[in-house]
Design a protein around this ligand. Sequence first.
Ligand code: PLP
Length: 428
Amino acid sequence: MDRFRYQNGELYCEDVPAAQIAARAGTPVYVYSAATLRHHYRAIAEAFAPLNPLLCFAVKSLDNTHILRLLAEAGSGFDVVSGGEIARALRAGTDPAKIVYSGVAKTDREIREAVSVGIKMFNVESEAEFENLSRLGGEAGRPVRASLRINPDVYDPRTHVKTATGRKESKFGVDIDRAEVFFQTYGRDANVALDALDLHIGSPIYSAEPYVRAIDRTLALIESLRAKGFAIRTLDLGGGFAADYEEGRSPLAADYAGQIVPMLKDSGLEIILEPGRQIACNAGVLLTRVQYVKQGGSKKFLIVDAAMTDLIRPALYDSEHFVWPAKLPAGAEPPPRRISHAAEGGVPVDVVGGVCESSDFLAKGRTLPPMERGDLLTVFSAGAYGFVMSSQYNSRPRAAEVLVEGDAWRVIRRRETYDDLFAAECDV
Ligand SMILES: Cc1ncc(COP(=O)(O)O)c(C=O)c1O
């Protein structure tokens, strides 16, 4: 699952005690394990090897340039959704021919930049966007390739309503029933080669079954398009593979591949995958210190120095992260990573931050070992959609990010300062 383990009662990331990082880098701090990132990347690459896919890590899930460089060195391409993400991927040294660009609101500037660096493919999300891409591609006089993002109207009922995307009534992509007309209208465009399809049915998807249904519908569409003379060369399956927020809860890459590979092995299609969460989620934790312990009516609060500004997933999606002290009480066993796991003799607490919003919490109703001011708490499985969604709301400087490799660690994004709060303001 990952390389965060308790040894002699203390949490380690690979071979480094978490307490050492917190003492030197301060808190709150995101800590990433390089070995875990590589492990999950390789697990997907190996499971899908019979399809020889291009893995395009979803930059939105964890966008630190050092992490992107590590993944690029492992062979990854990148799925991006903005000009800024393209800039990051290029800064990380990636080959532009391994970048695919999704997103419903690509601006002229972003499209021009992407065309000029020669990305692999635009994942087009509407008729209006295709027309604009064609206009700008014509102006640039360079080859432009596009895939049509379709909504196969498939979803996983366990995916949170705010992260389900593959349905008809979605702002993303176009309804699969409109795809043939789309190709008839734009499939022979002079400026843009439209010869691919892509989909992203949501995130996280907790079984292979929704992919199977989506691929089934998509293969039927491809056959029909081919019969009408539209050669479809590439199929991008998007992201969405689940990650273990609790131990053993999610399928492994091999479980998804077991059902997906046989469906596509003889399709003659180039396959692209855009995993984010399954690579990044368990590769990162958020370390935070208890500031105060407080009783509020019948409730007990652990007030910590991280907040929704550092990790917004609980407030935004009702997400549940396993939390536990970085140092175990004397003689205590390492806990199983189960949200419901209760420490013997503990009382339920809500873990909250210092932001002036009632929705500012990191965990609710958890029975943790007794904790005091100054103790270090670990929020597990925070690598994906963690730091990337952080903000400076309440003028809180963002946390630092640290990367661990074996017994070495380094700060890969320094903690922000008050000066960073004013940096983009004019004349202050
Ligand atoms: C188009 C697209 N691709 C890939 C992803 C990555 O999803 P995940 O991190 O669940 O793999 C997303 C996530 O929202 C997405 O919108």
